[in-house]
Write a new protein. Structure first.
Length: 318
């Protein structure tokens, strides 16, 4: 009787979380639709509006639009597909297992680092004196922004390239032994026929049966995608606020009105950038920490799978 009650309680718990997971599984589709349309509109505006063509920070935003859109179509889409259709796109074959995780890591890391470059760009754009042409040429022109963006893309393609080459493997062929009875020369005898059948299941996120880079690479991803960009953004945004504060203290009475007005505008920009940094870390850190350290613990329970799904959705809302 107790076993029956426990089974019923387990089934009720499973049904409850499965219903919740099915409901929230439609959020990834919503983020894909809104993110794709929003990024496409922003890309067109940034690329073809003359007002933005000379702003270096807009160059970074243009690249961010591209990579953020790409990032929506792998892990985010898998949340919807797995809950509703019972399979994971990355596990379809060995090629998807290699290419899609590689593309996911590259798109997330490039997007995050480019976002931190905007804070660096704004800091030097606002604080550098017009005569310091060297700093402005290497950091705050549209040409330099394109160069830095391409360098960052190349670095992170190289950093993650091992995933595209080594990730995933197929199980060795399964040996099938079949015994047949045959009649020859007036007598019966048994023979064993050995055949091999290839197991089509892909072992993804492992390089071989003896070596898995994951979750080790998720720890690297936590630093590269989440913590390092956050530290860069907070550092340069804080420096900008301090610079503006000191500038306000040094201004004379004659120029107070004009300079204070300009500094107020800069102050608002710095606070906006700081807010973006805080939102970024709040939405991305929980998911990266779970995947880096607690993935196995969360994956063995219905509640844990629900938490993983919510954390993943929050990450792609960013």
């Amino acid at each position: 009787m107790n076993n029956t009650n426990d089974e019923n309680a387990f089934d009720l718990e499973y049904d409850k979380y499965m219903r919740l997971r099915k409901i929230i599984s439609f959020f990834p589709i919503l983020t894909i639709c809104m993110g794709t349309v929003g990024n496409a509109i922003c890309f067109i505006i940034f690329k073809f509006n003359k007002k933005f063509k000379k702003q270096s920070s807009i160059v970074y935003l243009t690249y961010i639009c591209i990579f953020n859109t790409i990032s929506l179509y792998i892990w985010n889409l898998d949340d919807f597909v797995f809950v509703n259709y019972g399979f994971v796109i990355q596990y379809i074959n060995l090629y998807t297992c290699k290419f899609l995780p590689f593309l996911q890591y590259v798109s997330l890391q490039v997007g995050a680092i480019l976002l931190s470059m905007i804070s660096i760009d704004r800091f030097f754009q606002i604080t550098s004196i017009k005569s310091t042409t060297f700093v402005r040429k290497i950091l705050t022109t549209t040409k330099s922004a394109h160069i830095w963006s391409i360098i960052i893309i190349v670095i992170f393609i190289a950093l993650n390239f091992h995933i595209a080459v080594l990730n995933g493997y197929l199980n060795p062929p399964i040996e099938i032994n079949q015994t047949e009875t045959r009649f020859e020369n007036g007598s019966y005898f048994n023979i064993t026929i050995i055949s091999y059948e290839q197991d089509s299941n892909v072992n993804c996120y492992s390089y071989s049966p003896y070596f898995s880079l994951f979750p080790k690479w998720d720890i690297v991803n936590m630093f590269v995608y989440c913590l390092i960009p956050f530290l860069i953004m907070v550092s340069f945004d804080s420096l900008l606020l301090v610079k503006i504060y000191l500038s306000n203290k040094r201004i004379s009475t004659n120029e107070a009105s004009k300079v204070l007005k300009e500094n107020t505008r800069k102050n608002r920009l710095a606070i906006s950038l700081m807010s973006i940094s805080l939102i970024f870390i709040l939405l991305t850190l929980p998911n990266t920490v779970i995947w880096a350290f607690f993935n196995l613990s969360f994956s063995i329970s219905d509640y844990g799978l629900f938490v993983l799904q919510v954390a993943n959705i929050l990450q792609f809302i960013n």
